[in-house]
Design a protein. Structure first.
Length: 135
């Protein structure tokens, strides 16, 4: 009995949240012969909300990868890793370290070994920090 009540409670919470977020709507129409209840589902709205949620989660989660800097140009750096090449967006907030010393984006050089910490934003990899090994 407890399991049944728990499942009903979870279902009610789920339906309540779906209504709150606009993923479904109940339409009640009173007629002479009774009451009609219609449930309208909005799957596109749910997909949009889930995609937005996933993007926010991706922005909060950071990743780290190491390899050789292949190229550095204004606003981008390309890193060769064991899995292939990856291009990162460089911003004014990207921190650069040269060994244990702070550096700038201008210090990044192709051919150097580097570790990039990044997050995903708008489907692109944004470099949060780049640690370049000193020769």
């Amino acid at each position: 009995m407890r399991l049944f009540l728990t499942l009903v409670l979870i279902l009610l919470i789920g339906v309540g949240l779906a209504g709150y977020f606009g993923w479904l709507r109940f339409v009640i129409a009173r007629q002479n012969h009774g009451t009609d209840v219609t449930v309208r589902l909005f799957p596109d709205k749910a997909k949009e909300d889930f995609a937005r949620f996933q993007e926010k989660v991706d922005q909060m989660v950071t990743h780290e990868v190491s390899g050789e800097l292949l190229s550095v140009s204004q606003g981008e750096a390309t890193l060769q890793t064991s899995r292939g090449t990856t291009t990162f967006v460089l911003t004014a907030d990207t921190k650069v370290e040269l060994g244990k010393s702070p550096g700038t984006l201008a210090d990044l050089r192709a051919g150097a070994k580097a570790t990039v910490t990044y997050s995903t934003k708008d489907g692109r990899y944004t470099a949060l920090s780049i640690k370049m090994a000193t020769p």
